[in-house]
Design a protein around this ligand. Structure first.
Ligand code: MSP
Length: 482
């Protein structure tokens, strides 16, 4: 039985057909914030991310690059791992769907589904978009083309193994309507309900190996490989099993993704879980889709934003902060580097950076004297907590920055550089401690720097524990203006 004090968060496993871009890091940073936040609350957290490495799309990308699929995915998976490291992502496991343990677990599951007669042999005819790695119905297409990739899908007509998805239509509807399988935001829940009410058909879960060889073999028919999504979904389970913590953390508390994959995700995945007698994740949270200056991010348009470039220029906290502050999590957004730069300069450097540098340099010169910190009452902790719980990261940051403004005004209004008031300086230092702790899930590197220079540990209970101020040293510059 899963302990309430645990928290399990996942991101999608990302395709290894191309290098990571800003869309991938968005989901992963949000998951990292939830993971770090729940750690701060004292929960035992498991955070899983990784890469989805099989399938036609990856196979074709490798061929184009003149590499074997294995060489190709090794390189891209490494890029994902490196970029997540640069961004200070605190994942507990990085699952790769080509790892042997995962492949074996998927085969066990396929065999179980076959034995239970949830998988049967048949003939399948449907349109398939390789870009999406998804089957498309006529209503998904505009002028016969996939909306996202603007390409005409392939018509597939072949012998295949099918999964009895239709059998789960009613139970899924019931679970979603009763909130037992929670889909957020509400607009996505409604979308999924009406999609399921439109009827779920059995789906093909295999491809002839001669067509897609880069996949997991069906254990009961070696002429076929497994449909990439069935393979990919299982990562959420093997990612735990690999570390021997499945019983401790399953079911997932929240699964994050963008709206592009919600339909497959909120139907096939929970149906597979029901078919294998597993509990369903508690919540699926769907965030919006980024465009770049109003256009879809795509290789062919040449507007894909490289996260490594961003981190090198704005620092990992600059990027994390912009992505979480600038967009409403759950709604679409337009990425703009000039806004990133503006927020970096005006908010991180001018507001937070200046506050810390000013107060620590005054305290180094004049000292600080312990007193009750009345200023701290203006930090709306309860509201901030609620916002994060409701995935309103932008609102949480707004609230924290409103308090940073209050602190800056306090310095200004009291002209502390003239009065050298040690008690007021103490209140400010103690408030900076609280700010750093509460900001630590969002901008962990900066919070650590502040904690180190003021000599406290990042723990929730330290917000109300008075800071000890024997020797305060001026802090290093936290953000260089760009
Ligand atoms: N491999 C599948 C997921 C399998 S999960 C069992 C897949 N991979 S993907 O590489 O295409 O990643 C899609 C996810 O990446 C989105 O759901 C979202 O989390 C993130 N994003 C990719 N591009 C994005 C934007 N342009 N905007 C926001 N997030 C996007 O689908």
């Amino acid at each position: 039985m899963k302990n309430k004090k645990t928290f399990y968060v996942t991101t999608p496993v990302y395709y290894t057909n191309a290098s990571p871009h800003v869309g991938h890091i968005y989901t992963t940073i949000a998951a990292d914030i939830l993971a770090r936040w729940n750690c701060l609350l004292g929960k035992d957290v498991f955070f899983l991310t990784g890469t989805d490495e099989h399938g036609q799309k990856v196979q074709e990308a490798a061929e184009k690059a003149g590499k074997t699929p294995k060489q190709f995915v090794d390189k891209i998976a490494k890029e994902f791992q490196e970029v997540f490291k640069l961004l200070n992502i605190s994942n507990d496991n990085f699952i790769r769907t080509t790892n042997l343990f995962h492949e074996k677990e998927v085969q066990k599951t396929l065999q179980e589904l076959y034995n239970k007669k949830y998988i049967y042999k048949g003939f399948y005819k449907a349109n398939y978009c390789v870009g999406c790695e998804q089957y498309k119905t006529d209503s998904d297409l505009v002028d016969g083309k996939c909306l996202l990739h603007k390409t005409i899908p392939e018509l597939r007509e072949e012998e295949a193994y099918l999964f009895k998805l239709s059998k789960f239509q009613n139970s899924l509807l019931k679970l979603i309507k009763a909130g037992k399988y929670q889909i957020l935001p509400e607009i996505r829940r409604k979308e999924i309900i009406s999609f399921i009410e439109g009827g779920l058909k059995d789906i093909s879960i295999s491809r002839l190996k001669e067509k897609v060889s880069w996949g997991i073999e069906l254990p009961f028919d070696k002429k076929h490989t497994c449909f990439i999504w069935v393979d990919a979904f299982w990562n959420y389970i093997t990612g735990l099993k690999e570390k021997n913590v499945f019983d401790k953390f399953w079911p997932a508390d929240v699964q994050l993704m963008a709206k592009d994959i919600i339909r497959v995700h909120a139907t096939i995945w929970p149906a597979l879980l029901l078919a294998t007698g597993n509990k369903l994740p508690r919540t699926l949270f769907v965030h919006g889709y980024f465009t770049i200056n109003g256009e879809k991010m795509s290789k062919s348009l040449g507007n894909v934003i490289d996260p490594v470039y961003l981190v090198k220029k704005y620092g990992c906290d600059g990027v994390r902060y912009y992505l979480m502050r600038n967009f409403v999590f759950g709604e679409d957004g337009d990425f703009s580097e000039s806004v990133l730069a503006e927020r970096h300069n005006n908010e991180l450097a001018n507001k937070l950076g200046n506050l810390v540098s000013r107060v620590t340099s005054l305290a180094e010169k004049y000292g600080a004297e312990k007193t009750e910190n009345k200023l701290l009452k203006k930090l709306k902790l309860k509201e901030i907590e609620k916002h994060v719980e409701n995935y309103k990261f932008d609102k949480a940051l707004n609230e924290i920055f409103a308090f940073i403004d209050i602190c800056n005004e306090y310095v200004q209004k009291n002209k502390i550089w003239e009065t050298k008031n040690k008690k007021q300086l103490y209140e400010l230092l103690d408030s900076i401690k609280a700010i750093a702790i509460i900001l630590s899930p969002f901008i962990p590197e900066t919070s650590e720097k502040i904690a180190k220079s003021l000599g406290f540990e990042i723990k929730l209970e330290n917000i109300s524990k008075p800071l000890s101020v024997e020797r305060i040293k001026k802090s290093e510059i936290l953000f260089k203006k760009i």
